[in-house]
Design a binder for this molecule. Structure first.
Ligand SMILES: [Zn+2]
Length: 288
């Protein structure tokens, strides 16, 4: 009997041991199952996102589309602030400059460096500096190839270009007319006012001899159209507006008009696809 009892107790112990073993095995299986899921999910998060963003970067640079940064999305609907003049104060920059609208004879401007040796009116320089910085952060390396230009330098540029055209075979009369379409008269350029920049890509001059319309094919142009208004700048000489501005289409030329006005001009562009010139904007929205 005692032997029998011992035997049945042994069976009980064996059964308990097997059950306990099974329980341990189940627990181990559960733990490893959960941890492997966790580690594989974390692995995906850790590896896919950087790959995705790498892909976005390489795709966009291949296709020539500007990458859209979180920064841009955050600011997409509002002008930036540089701690500079308020919107109201920035009305100073809204006026027409052209061959029929020269600067006053006593015009002077205080300039500030915006990039390298390039300068703008000190009242809008900080907006330009911020725009160049933000573009760079978005992977768009802009190069300011021209900015403030003295009236004396403007006269030299006009004369030099006229001579270039004559050397290319134009008559002096033809050269004079053509040069004035492309280069403003002294005192009649937005560059003389210290408000305008000619902007290209940082490597533009390594494969171009001159500013030309092909700039609009670069992602730099797309970025400027999408963003320059946030910094108070607009495209001064749009395509199809040559008769109004008196100048050829210049996708590289951006001019400060102030945050409020640039925003409104951009809104019209978003709604209609039309770039208002400064003349049109003043006539339709300020005087009208
Ligand atoms: Zn220009």
């Amino acid at each position: 009997m005692a032997k029998k009892k011992k035997k049945s107790m042994a069976r009980v112990y064996l059964a308990m041991a097997v059950t306990f073993g099974l329980l341990i095995a189940i627990v181990i299986l559960l733990i490893t199952g959960i941890s492997s899921c966790v580690s594989s999910c974390a692995g995906n998060n850790g590896s896919e996102n950087p790959e995705a963003s790498d892909n976005i970067d390489s795709n966009t640079s291949d296709k020539g589309n500007p990458p859209i940064s979180e920064n841009e999305l955050k600011q997409s609907e509002e002008p930036v602030s540089t701690g500079g003049p308020s919107d109201e104060e920035a009305d100073w920059a809204l006026y027409v400059i052209g061959n029929n609208d020269p600067l006053p004879d006593d015009f002077t401007v205080k300039t500030k460096v915006v990039a390298g040796e390039r300068e703008l009116d000190e009242r809008c320089a900080d907006y330009a500096i911020k725009m160049l910085e933000d573009a760079k952060a978005d992977g768009i390396d802009l190069f300011v190839t021209s900015s403030y230009r003295s009236i004396q330098k403007q006269a030299e540029n006009l004369e030099s270009y006229k001579n270039t055209l004559i050397a290319q075979g134009m008559s002096p009369e033809e050269a004079e007319i053509q040069a004035k379409k492309e280069i403003a008269l002294p005192g009649c350029s937005e560059h003389n006012a210290g408000l305008a920049m000619d902007i290209v890509s940082s490597d533009y001059w390594s494969y171009h001899d001159d500013l030309d319309e092909s700039f609009e094919e670069l992602p730099h142009f797309d970025w400027l159209i999408a963003n320059s208004w946030k910094y108070g700048f607009i495209l001064s000489y749009p395509e199809g507006k040559e008769d109004i501005t008196g100048f050829i289409y210049e996708p590289w030329h951006y001019r400060f008009v102030g945050l409020k006005h640039a925003k409104k001009i951009h809104e019209v562009y978003e709604e209609t696809g039309e770039f208002l010139t400064v003349n049109e904007y003043i006539e339709e929205y300020i005087e009208g």
